[in-house]
Design a binder for this molecule. Sequence first.
Ligand code: ASP
Length: 582
Amino acid sequence: MLRSHTCGELRIDDANKEVTLCGWVQKVRDKGSVIWVDLRDRTGITQLIFEEGSTEEELLKSAARLGREYVIRAKGLVVERHSKNDKIPTGDIEIKVSSLDVLNASKTPPFTIEDDSDGGEDLRMKYRYLDIRRNTVRQKIELRHKMMRETRKYLDAHEFTEVETPVLIKSTPEGARDFVVPSRLNPGQFYALPQSPQTFKQLLMVAGLDRYFQIVKCFRDEDFRADRQPEFTQIDCEMSFVEREDILSTFEGLIHHLFREVRGIEIGEIERMSYEDAMRLYGSDKPDTRFDMKFTELNDLAQGKGFNVFDSAELVVGICAPGCADYSRKQLDALTDYVKRPQIGAKGLVYIKCNPDGTYKSSVDKFYSQDDLGEWANKLDAEPGDLLLILSGDKDHTRRALNELRLHMGNELGLRDKNSFKALWVLDFPLLEWDEETNRYHAMHHPFTSPRPEDRDKLFDNPGAVRANAYDLVINGMEAGGGSIRIHDRELQKEMFKLLGFTDDEAQEQFGFLMDAFEFGAPPHGGIAFGFDRLCALFGGSESIRDYIAFPKNNAGRDVMIDTPSVISEDQLKELGLGIRD
Ligand code: ASP
């Protein structure tokens, strides 16, 4: 080894030891007769000291020539510091250097390598290897490592076998576009990169592997959206001879294990809620249940009193914002503007202040008496001092808008603490979703999801009403994972493809391999996949998944460090049978 110790480990008990440290120069403070150098590696910072009189002149001169981010090796004696630094664990000591090697010089870095860097996102991504030298970034990568380690530990202890599935495959329908790779040896033919290993993990169940997992890269060519990565990582799992309950309890165990081992916390029981209730009570299939503020439907009380906006609405629905009756005109206008933004698209916002003296003040006083408003307040469980916020219109749209408003109020009221965690299973999603544009059904999860056994009969007369044997795990309003009990019967799978608008030939061509396999003794099976990058970000208390990926792509899908996507040569194109660029 080039070093005897790391830069984070020496303490006062090590005084008088002769040590050799290696690392990067974080900072040089040159007072002429004394030079201090902060030497950094991933474990911490140790101060080096060079002093006129006791340090040889040549050595002092070399120390004066050091620049930021030089890589050096310093040998010397551990001594007690005169002025101690209680902000760092090595702050009681310093190294009186007796020899110094510059292992590599460095250009001045384009941004400061400190916790609070002055570098903008683009610059930091271009020099990501310098960005990762910063503690705050490196710690996120280390957290990811711990998450992987603990995931493997838990699943291994539960008899899951980790299996790698291929990356050059053919399309898997997870609802996005495929990235494709041209095959040089088969001109005009392409592989697709997996959107998930879905079909392979099911085949591994047919193969009798019983319990599979993989921490696996998946690829989805989606339109650019904030914080989406075209390649991302899943914890992908599948189990045989199980029912929904077995999957839920096995993976509740995983989530508890991760919180316990990585964050040192117990998140308590994981509640369950049907999709229908989630939509009715929160207007979202991934509600943030860290705070209450559930929806209350008010059609029965609000309609028929002459207020046309409510009378003509399919849904009148409100939330109760605790303690907000003292909101000013300006604050209420800001809320109205918020819901009227085009992304949310509500036409207006009705408010009722439940005054501390028991009276009500609303924006619809003209149409409703104090008694009417009192009934609303009752239904919403409001206390004096609370504020009711009400939206109306068509059901889906209004629920979606009120969901946004609820989350906004949750933020305003500080109810969405990133260090508190609430997990929830959302169950019984619809199996199919009607797509107005293409005029046909889409699988809400994917086409391999089975219907709930009691709904199977409806598959042909009322497919829209069939519930899926599927589940999502939602944590703090974020979809952390999702899966389903699968179809394992060829006939049912064939019916499913038919419902989704595939002809028999198309289904056979694309998924014949899976349906064929179902004829050779496919066991009942089901599984789940977790979005690993997102889970890491959640555990780290961050909004951005990019921070938890060593070399992420930007919002436009580019890697600005290696500068890709990029053009390839005409020779390469020709070789791939892709023709010549004009
Ligand atoms: N393959 C699914 C997905 O990527 C997860 C699953 O059904 O297991 O969302």
